[in-house]
Every structure is written in C-alpha cells, then in structure tokens.
Design a protein around this ligand. Structure first.
Ligand SMILES: Cc1ncc(COP(=O)(O)O)c(C=O)c1O
Length: 486
C-alpha cells in the first residue's frame, strides 16, 4: 500500500477454502451466526446444535467441505477452540468426517427425515451471497445486548413528563452527548444549542434545503460522481442539483466558481464514491469560496468514523462553523434502520432549521434519543466503533489481497477509510459494459459510472466490503474472476 492510499500488485492472498472456486458452506454460515451471538456459557452448545441442524436439514449437503476452524472462527467472531470442539463432536456423531490434512467434510451418512420448505426452494448460487454493493455496515455486529440494556435502563429512568413532545432540536441530554462525541472524534466545533437531532443525513439535507428554498435558492452544487441521494433530495424540494466535477484534491474549484451556485453538498472526509479525502489546500479553497459568495457548504460526514491507516481527517466544519453545516448519522456506525442522525447548523440557519424540524414531525422520538444519549455517555458507542473498525480493517485487507491475487495489476484506491474501495481493473478485463453484463449473473457489483460522469471505458468498481465476512469476500472475488475466464 502506498501512503496515498492506493495499492496495486500481484501479491497472492490466502489459499481459497474450496478448490473448485465455490464455497457451498457460505449459505449455511448465516445459520451459524445467531449461535455465535449466544451468551458465552451457551455458545459452544448452540454452535454444535446449529451445525447439526444445518447438516440434517440439507443446508450443508453431503460432500461439502467446511472452512478451516481458524477461518470459520474468524468469520463468526468466536474462539477457534469452540469451532474445533464442534467439528470434533459432530465428527464423533457421524455428521462430519475429517480427512487428516484434507479438511473437514459433511458426511454422507445423514439423511434429512423430511424435506423442509427451504430445501425445496431453489438455492441461490454461492456468489449471490457475495454482493459488493456499497453503503452497508455489518448489521450482524449490531450491539443488541448493550442496546437492550440501555433500552431497559432508559425506560426505568425517564420521568413521565419527558414522554411529552420533545424540543424539536432534540433532547438536551443527547445534544450534549453528541457535542462531546463529535468534538472528540471528528474535531467539529459543537455547541449543543446548534445541534438538531434528525432521522439521518437525508433529513438534515431536506431541512437545510427547505430553508435554502425559502430564501430563494433554486440550484445547489453536488459532487460528480457523488451520492445519488443528494440530487434526489434536492429535486424533491424543487431545487436543481448542479453536478460539479472532482479532481485529485476534491471538488474542483474552477467549475464551482463558474457554476454560480451558492450552496454545495460535499463529502470531504471520504468522498462518496471515489474515496478520496479532500486535501488541506482544497478545504481552505472551498471555505474561501463560501466566504466570497456568502455561501454554504453542507458537509455530509456519512462514514467519517472509519479510518484505518492513520488518524481520522477532522471535519471541515471545525475550520469554519459559520460557513459549514455538518451532518452525520448512525447509519454506517450502528444501523441505518435506527434512523438517527445529527445536524450542526451555522447560527444564521439555526432557528429556521429548528422550526422546520418542528413542523415536519414535532420532534424526534424521545426514547430513541435517550437511548443513544446513554449509549454515547457510557462509552458503548466508542466500544462498538472500535469493534467494527477492527473487523472492517481485516475485511478491507482481505479484499485488497484477493483482488491482487485474482486480478493482478488492479489499482485499488480509497482504501484508507470507510466501508468501500474503488478497484480499477487493468484494461485486459474490459470493455466495461461486457464485464458488467457478465458479472451481473454472478456477483452484485456497481461501476463507478453509476454515480456520475466517468471519462473512460475502464472497469472501475465501487466495492462495498464491510458487510461481508473475509471468506465471503474471497468467495465473491473468486466468482468475479470466473467472469473473466468465462
Ligand atoms: C454519501 C451518503 N450520504 C448520506 C446517506 C444517507 O444517510 P442517512 O441514512 O443518514 O439518511 C447515504 C446512504 O447510503 C450516503 O451514501
């Protein structure tokens, strides 16, 4: 890996777990996940039961080779000893068979008593499980136990009166907790009075867009390539999104100047989707532009928490909180289904944004807010981020190694942060459209061109990896490589 966050090369990755390039146990892996999350005392037993059931039901067919105990333990996040014990026990019972040196296999001795509904349904190909579509965290890492404990505690401690309509900006307790968190982790200038709790970045952009529209703004700049959400949200407000090109430092200043827009939405910490971090020079230029046109920069810090090789790049908002509206959410850190996020507004927008939030939904759900406040206050949020960070770094490294092994010469960029990378395959894998057409049957992948203007015909893939276990990542890249052999 080079310091610029780009890597290329031919270093081989780890040996594939199945010699024929497929990994038939991958579908059954899903069945084992709940067992892996069982309380520590019961984990060994539930893992053995889940494995037994997977064999009995036919989800793990006779003759299937299982992953090594080390590999499965890593995927499930359990100790290797537990997996070894389960393999040994089921081998003794006749469900599995171990060939010394050649691995562990599902034995042919077991017959399902009667077919279950899922046995009759067509089984998806292994590759169908290895979708690399970007944007999703690993939802199986959601900290259910800590969240449930916080829920119980919050219900017990909240006084009756706090169940009334909340301050439209959010519970003071949560705004204080978020101010501390964001100042510490992201370097923002965080005044709890300027924070509005929202249902996500999408609502933050909608609220700001509403204020801008009321002030007569009819065009807002968006990054090209960029998040399709940004343009869609503005369109729904009657504001046109003006695509603005990027260069290697971030949003290109010349076209921004020429566009005559006075508001622009950006992703400076980890540009979506290209993965670049805006340079210090470009950050300064962007702020200079905002001051010179009396404009506004909207900073979408959608995945700023995940940074692998060096300290996170601080938020742009920290450099000029009166020119930058900063927004983020728990969608990448905890789960998008929680619909919880935050918006830090410049003083000139604070009152109007709060009033719009009030008329939009009379405030954010109180229980959810109190829960997140407690989660942050007690360090559970940081703990969870550390856990995800470790898992995602390993997955990123796995993806980079697998690409080097199966697509030698591929240039991988945007690897320093976030939940996805950009892989630019060598020209011999093109042309782009043919590659994508063939890949569509095997693995879900999205080209960079799906997010905006891309000049050439090279195959550039936006590969989300955080939601996939290392073995699924290897399996997915092998399946993609099969496309090129087909
Ligand atoms: C760049 C970017 N910003 C914002 C969002 C939406 O975020 P939220 O769930 O916080 O509304 C997404 C969704 O994937 C995204 O990719």
């Amino acid at each position: 890996m080079t310091p610029s966050g780009t890597t290329s090369g031919t270093a081989p990755g780890r040996a594939p777990s199945a010699p024929d390039g497929s990994a038939p146990w991958a579908a059954a892996w899903e069945l084992l996940l709940p067992a892996a999350r069982a309380p520590a005392r019961a984990r060994g037993r539930t893992l053995r039961e889940a494995l037994r059931e997977a064999v009995r039901s036919g989800r793990l067919a006779a003759g299937t080779r299982l992953p090594s105990s080390r590999e499965l333990a890593a995927d499930l996040g359990v100790s290797r000893g537990l997996v070894t014990e389960a393999y040994e026990q089921l081998t003794a019972e006749g469900y599995l068979r171990a060939d010394r040196g050649a691995g562990t296999w599902v034995s042919g001795a077991v017959r399902a008593a009667h077919p279950r509904a899922h046995d009759l349904a067509p089984r998806p190909s292994p590759a169908a499980h290895a979708g690399f579509l970007p944007g999703a965290p690993d939802l199986s890492l959601f900290p259910r136990a800590a969240w449930a404990a916080a829920h119980r505690a919050v219900l017990a401690e909240l006084p009756h009166h706090s169940l009334g309509y909340p301050d439209p900006r959010g519970l003071p307790r949560l705004r204080v907790a978020l101010a501390g968190l964001l100042a510490r982790r992201r370097g923002v200038v965080a005044d709890p009075e300027r924070i509005v709790v929202v249902s996500g970045v999408a609502q933050a952009i909608t609220l700001l867009g509403g204020v801008l529209h009321a002030r007569g703004v009819r065009a807002v700049g968006v990054e090209d390539p960029g998040s399709p959400e940004h343009g869609g949200l503005y369109a729904s407000l009657g504001i046109s999104a003006v695509p603005l090109p990027l260069d290697e430092d971030g949003l290109a200043v010349g076209p921004l100047d020429a566009s005559r827009v006075r508001a622009v939405v950006t992703t400076p910490a980890h540009q979506f989707p290209s993965g670049i971090a805006y340079s210090a020079r470009r950050r300064a230029e962007l702020l200079h532009w905002a001051r010179s046109v009396d404009g506004l920069v909207i900073e979408d810090d959608y995945d700023g928490d995940f940074r692998y090789d060096r300290a996170p790049v601080g938020a742009l908002q920290g450099l000029d909180p009166e020119r930058v509206a900063y927004t983020g959410s728990v969608s990448k850190s905890l789960a998008p289904g929680l619909r919880l996020g935050w918006l830090l507004v410049p003083e000139a927008f604070a009152e109007e944004v709060a009033e719009r939030k009030r008329t939009m939904d009379l405030g954010h759900p109180v229980l959810d807010q109190a829960l997140l406040a407690r989660f942050v206050e007690r360090g559970d949020y940081d703990r969870h981020l550390r856990r995800c960070q470790r898992a995602y770094r390993e997955r990123r490294d796995t993806l980079v190694a697998a690409l080097a092994e199966h697509f030698p010469g591929t240039e991988v960029s945007g690897i320093a942060a976030g939940l996805h990378v950009i892989a630019r395959l060598p020209d011999r894998y093109g042309p782009r459209d043919r590659f994508l057409e063939q890949a569509a049957d095997r693995v879900a992948v999205r080209p960079l061109g799906a997010y905006g203007t891309v000049a050439d015909e090279a195959v550039r893939l936006v590969l989300g990896y955080a939601h996939l276990s290392p073995s699924r990542i290897r399996e997915g890249v092998r399946a993609l490589a099969a496309v090129t052999r087909a």
